[in-house]
Design a protein around this ligand. Structure first.
Ligand code: FCB
Length: 438
């Protein structure tokens, strides 16, 4: 893989790193509301300050450059750049202009996600993603971003992980807006994907940079050979992997979802599936772990953790082969699959600074084995164009707060000191060797 043209970057998201929650006219998002609600996040942690990246972006971009990355995936905070009346907030926009100027100065390509879960709260007050109108508001926002940042992005990503927004946010309630009805998850997914399709057209009206969507996927394996466990695993795959991807590339929602959630119905209107299926320039894939699946005895499934396997601080199984297998599966399943960028991959560990160093050997191993898995998929013909590590630095890990550390760079939240971990230094060496060989 690592040939000429293959992009290597690190990724972040606005609410997880920026802080400055009340600065320069930013309006509240659903994550401000959710994290301020008692019991929703670890120790009540919020993104109010986070990594204070809003004020420290110059240092953070310099770190990216020092580590040798040629690309940066970040997200634009919708609540920073538009007010409750849909008017542009120039002070919020100016922040991203400054960030882009710094990236340009270091020759780092900018890959911007439009929606990494921070829906403006005023839209949630009108129903959020359960309201079809939000898809149109999202397209308006995309149109404005395409116009303002025309020519400045290496790539655009509309949605980050619609599964998490839809299902974890509306069916499980572990994420904002914290709703707990499977029917809501199915409705929200449809409006998210409709918003994605409309936003793709809106971006292209102004800008030529490639446009894609970022989907999280998860390896699933049946716990046994029984028919019940195999059917349960098909249903798990339908919800974890095929739900948005079938809609994008096959023009329909996966049939096993009807068995899994018999009472839930996507509010599809004429023309919606065509709008959702607008051809993409690339697909972003986020991969972290595998789940072993068993039947729950009814029409659903349960996750059956395997004993004795390597796990991360999240409890997630380390399973690089699943990454390769999923990439191969998607190539088979989706004749219309566009080129792929790995937009997130990484792991959390309980890291601490000791004498100026952070010894995170497990993370360096994780990156190696997962890059090898991507390489294997490419050798089998999957068209992968780039890889973004999650994450540039430790940050606000949603409901887990600051406890879970995914960074290449350690952040001390008391002092905001940044310390590149051993895995970052290993990544830097790897990128230097690759440059030398090119
Ligand atoms: C993904 C999210 C990202 C981060 C990683 C660990 O689901 O896109 O923001 O939380 O997981």
């Amino acid at each position: 893989m690592h040939g000429r043209g293959f992009v290597f970057g690190a990724a972040t998201a606005a609410y997880q790193i920026e802080g400055a929650a009340h600065a320069d006219g930013r309006v509240p998002s659903i994550w401000d509301t959710f994290s301020a609600t008692p019991g929703k996040t670890h120790l009540g942690n919020t993104g109010d300050v986070a990594c204070d990246h809003y004020h420290r972006y110059e240092q953070d971009v310099a770190l990216l450059a020092d580590l040798g990355f040629d690309a940066y995936r970040f997200s634009i905070a919708w609540p920073r750049v538009m007010d409750a009346n849909g008017r542009l907030n120039q002070r919020g926009i100016a922040f991203y202009q400054r960030l882009l100027d710094r990236l340009d100065a270091h020759g780092i390509g900018a890959w911007a996600t439009l929606y990494h879960w921070d829906l403006p709260q005023h839209l949630q007050d009108r129903g959020g993603w359960l309201n079809r109108d939000t898809a149109y508001r999202f397209a308006d926002y995309a149109e404005a971003m395409g116009r303002i940042f025309k020519g400045r992005m290496a790539g655009w990503m509309t949605l980050n992980e619609p599964f998490c927004s839809a299902y974890i946010g509306h069916s499980e309630g572990r994420h904002a807006p914290g709703l707990t009805d499977v029917r809501y998850g199915v409705e929200a997914m449809h409006h998210l994907l409709l918003g994605h399709g409309l936003a793709t057209i809106a971006l292209r009206a102004h800008d030529e940079a490639p446009v894609g969507l970022v989907a999280n996927v998860c390896a699933v394996t049946p716990a046994s050979d029984s028919a019940a466990d195999r059917i349960a695993t098909e249903r798990a795959a339908a919800s974890a992997n095929h739900w948005p991807l079938d809609a994008l590339f096959l023009g329909r929602y996966p049939a096993p979802l009807r068995d899994l959630w018999p009472d839930a119905h996507a509010p599809v209107r004429d023309g919606d599936m065509a709008a959702i299926g607008v051809p993409l320039d690339f697909l972003g894939i986020n991969y972290y772990f595998r789940q072993v699946i068993a039947s729950d005895g009814a029409h659903g499934f349960v996750v059956k953790p395997l004993p004795g396997v390597e796990r991360t601080q999240m409890g997630w199984e380390v399973y690089p082969d699943g990454f390769r297998d999923l990439l191969l599966e998607f190539r088979q399943r989706y004749p219309k699959l566009p080129p792929i960028y790995i937009t997130e991959n990484g792991m959390a560990s309980d890291d601490a600074v000791q004498a100026g160093r952070v010894h995170d050997a497990q993370r360096a191993r994780y990156f190696n084995s997962h890059l090898a898995a991507v390489d294997a998929a490419m050798r089998h013909g999957v068209d992968v164009r780039g890889y973004f590590a999650w994450s540039l630095m430790d940050n606000f890990e949603w409901s887990y707060g600051y406890e879970k550390r995914f960074g290449l760079v350690h952040v001390d939240y008391r002092t905001q000191a940044r310390t590149p971990k051993d895995s970052a230094l290993a990544f830097k060496q790897f990128l230097e060797a690759r440059r030398a060989a090119a």
